[in-house]
Design a protein around this ligand. Structure first.
Ligand SMILES: *Cc1c(COP(=O)(O)O)cnc(C)c1O
Length: 376
């Protein structure tokens, strides 16, 4: 049987029961389950604010739009970012007419604070930090750097649902944190995300901006019974970015199992570590001390990555690459050559299968193949 990189696991009957409630109530859109999921997410993470959206990508865009107008940033102002991410993180900067400036990563594959510091200019306004694979990397130092230099910190936590650092869920100290519940993330729905601002005023504004700039949501208007439901105001040009109750219904069920699923991911990771750790040709990506990672990914580094990938494919094992150095894309070619460590990592990294269906025996098979085919 083929072993895939990601296979989302749904508790089907429970998901159907939650969705059924939406259908019976005749409420599939914004409100109802989206409110319940926001409350459940806040209770789970301990974060003060949470607004459910249709994806992480729109959340990052919303974050930049909101912050840009809040702080009066000009077009072309700079945001320091990583080349080793899904393109959403970098596209979001461009959506808001800001300029992505690439800094390099460290061994954790997350941004290196020293490289960030070297990229700061008088037009730098923010840093977007990606917790790759669920790991925090040197986040603490990046946070301190941002505070010291007056930069806004955006955490792209697409891989970090359930990641805790020193016992606390991540996201409480960034200016804004954006999670992804896309189909193959570690809290899968189909497509959705959560934006969590530190500041309640930002959260209130994000709620308007995600619903076209309208200052009251449909559910609140209906629930408030009165006439004049159409008498809302539109305060700015917003977007249609909010999430819906069907996705929230699935999210509510998935959230119940998140800790359980993540702990199985950590089990898989420790098996991989046990079986691959001693191999001279295989480097493991280190997890920061004090980080209880969601383990969205288990990444190794080898010198013959493409060859190893093909050899694994021949044995019906299908790993992935997270990510290709974004400066290799035509869109971001202006950053080419600025981040040698990211570039090298991009040619060496391989993400091994990580999902609830992977067994100890699968890990043994994959590890034996990696050990056989990994070369200097
Ligand atoms: C998946 C992903 C995104 C985008 O998430 P969507 O919910 O699919 O929009 C952004 N950043 C990173 C690092 C991701 O892995």
């Amino acid at each position: 049987m083929a072993i895939q990189l990601f296979v989302p696991n749904f508790r089907i009957q429970e998901c159907l029961d939650e969705i059924k409630e939406c259908l019976e109530k005749g409420w599939t859109g914004l409100g109802f389950k989206t409110n319940q999921f926001e409350e459940a997410w806040k209770a789970y993470t301990g974060l003060p604010n949470a607004h459910f959206l249709s994806s992480n990508t729109v959340g990052l865009h919303l974050a930049f739009e909101l912050l840009k107008t809040k702080h009066n940033w000009a077009d072309g102002d700079e945001v320091i970012t990583t080349p080793l991410t899904f393109v959403s993180s970098n596209h979001a900067i461009l959506y808001s007419q800001l300029s992505p400036v690439f800094a390099d990563v460290d061994d954790s594959l997350c941004l290196d604070p020293e490289s960030i510091e070297a990229r700061i200019t008088d037009r730098t306004r923010a840093v977007i930090y990606v917790g790759v694979g669920g790991n925090v990397g040197q986040y603490e130092r990046v946070l301190k750097l941002c505070r010291d230099r007056g930069l806004v910190l955006i955490l792209d936590a697409a891989h970090m649902s359930g990641t805790r650092f020193h016992g606390k869920h991540v996201g409480h100290d960034a200016d804004v944190t954006v999670f992804s519940f896309q189909a193959v993330k570690n809290l899968p729905t189909a497509d959705s995300g959560m934006i969590c601002f530190r500041d309640a005023e930002d959260d209130a504004r994000a709620r308007k901006m995600s619903w076209l700039g309208i200052n009251k949501d449909t559910y609140a208007r209906t629930a408030s019974q009165g006439a004049y439901k159409w008498m809302y105001d539109v305060e700015e040009v917003g977007f249609k970015y909010h999430g819906n109750s069907i996705m929230a219904a699935i999210g509510l069920v998935q959230l119940k199992y998140l800790d359980n699923d993540n702990s199985y991911r950590r089990q898989l990771a420790s098996w991989y570590e046990e079986l691959l750790g001693g191999h001279a040709n295989v480097r493991l990506v280190p997890i920061t001390k004090g980080c209880e990672s969601s383990r969205h990914l288990f990444q190794i580094r080898v010198k013959n990555r493409d060859e190893l990938m093909l050899a694994l494919n021949e044995h019906e094992v299908y790993p992935g690459v997270h990510y290709r150095d974004n400066t290799e894309y035509r869109m971001y070619a202006h950053g080419k050559g600025q981040c040698p460590k990211s570039h090298q990592a991009s040619n060496e990294i391989l993400s091994l299968p990580m999902h609830m269906g992977v067994t100890r025996k699968d890990v043994e098979l994959i590890a034996s193949l990696v050990n056989r085919y990994a070369a200097q």
